[in-house]
Design a binder for this molecule. Structure first.
Ligand code: HEC
Ligand code: HEC
Length: 289
């Protein structure tokens, strides 16, 4: 237990506010600033993948006055950190955006812009962008379906994995903690319109998000059910769920109908709206269109 607590305790302190100090993040924030200034060719000198010249076309000039071009080109500053098509960054922290529920992504872009999530490079990029443009960005990333990589090998022991699995699948009645799957869906693939899936996320990212909810740095629309869940989790619980979730392979399958290369949607896609009855109210799910 003592060991688990030591492992978990840094996450209490890992807030999004502290992130720019992390190596790749600070490099990337410079890249983003450069892209904003219209000197995108500098991207190539930083060693950050620029995706076959897309970065040079992705100059974002003060938000609304964006150059005409494909969404992919416009979002080059984003994919410099979030990976091609938003498939996740290479540093083990920048989260995947691809395929997440459109309304969930839209809410997060508003949250970063309006100070309910803290990450300065993104707040800077999103400042003054109108809601309609945030919706377009959310729609684009939501419609991308690149394959998921295999999970990183876990260092968690069997007891920690068992505890993680139990909390995710059954919760902890004694503490009034619902199962994660009660809201995030039986397949943990999220629930439309606005609840995200929990697989395919880095362990550190999961830990940091729960920690940010505990400390109030991350907020969602009231009632903020996820904040209530986070406050019921002990540091060892956070370590256990983060270890277990991040070690699960993401079910492969064809992308949803209508997506590029689309099929029957048999893969890891959010459950339909209304298919899950939440154990408590969640403002972000109800606020969604
Ligand atoms: C400098 C690197 C960087 C850039 C540039 C960047 N992001 Fe992010 N993004 C991050 C990090 C780091 C997080 C996680 C922050 C946290 O811990 O809350 C994040 C989180 C997000 C999330 C929330 C994901 C989730 O699952 O909740 C969305 C959506 C997002 N970014 C979209 C964008 C878009 C759109 C752009 C371009 C306008 C962009 N980002 C540019 C680093 C970046
Ligand atoms: C009562 C419903 C509910 C339960 C139970 C719940 N969640 Fe959530 N969770 C949500 C909602 C709603 C969101 C989206 C909040 C937002 O819009 O920012 C969310 C978002 C998240 C995110 C952010 C994902 C990302 O990409 O940034 C993480 C991580 C998360 N939940 C982890 C968990 C874990 C771990 C558990 C179980 C211990 C859990 N949740 C249980 C409702 C719930």
């Amino acid at each position: 237990m003592a060991r688990l607590r030591r492992l978990a305790s840094p996450w209490r302190g890992v807030t999004a506010r502290a992130l720019p100090a992390r190596g790749p993040a600070s490099l990337c924030s410079i890249v983003a600033a450069i892209a904003l200034a219209g000197a995108a060719p500098c991207l190539a000198q930083t060693g950050i993948p620029t995706q076959t010249g897309v970065a040079t076309a992705g100059t974002v000039q003060g938000g609304a006055s964006l150059e005409p071009g494909t969404m992919q080109a416009r979002l080059a500053a984003c994919t410099a950190c979030h990976g091609e098509q938003g498939r996740a960054g290479a540093d083990g922290y920048y989260p995947r955006l691809a395929g997440k529920p459109q309304d969930y992504l839209y809410h997060q872009l508003q949250n970063f812009r309006d100070g309910r999530r803290q990450y300065r490079p993104m707040a800077h990029l999103l400042r003054d962008l109108p809601d309609a443009y945030l919706r377009d960005i959310a729609a684009w990333f939501s419609g991308q379906h690149p394959p998921y990589p295999a999970p990183a090998p876990t260092t968690a022991d069997a007891a920690q994995m068992a505890r993680g699995s139990q909390l995710v699948r059954q919760g902890d009645k004694a503490r009034g903690l619902p199962a994660c799957s009660a809201c995030h869906g039986a397949a943990l693939s999220g629930v439309l319109p606005a609840i995200p899936g929990l697989l395919g996320l880095p362990r550190d990212y999961i830990g940091a998000q729960v920690g940010s909810w505990q400390s109030g740095l991350r907020r969602a629309a009231a009632p903020d059910c996820m904040a209530d869940v986070a406050r019921r989790l002990e540091p060892a619980d956070i370590a256990a769920v983060a270890a277990w979730l991040s070690a699960q392979p993401v079910p492969q399958g064809s992308p949803p109908p209508g997506a590029p290369g689309g099929g029957d949607g048999g893969g890891y896609v959010p459950a339909p709206a209304g298919s899950v009855t939440l154990p408590v109210q969640c403002g972000s799910q109800e606020d969604a269109r």
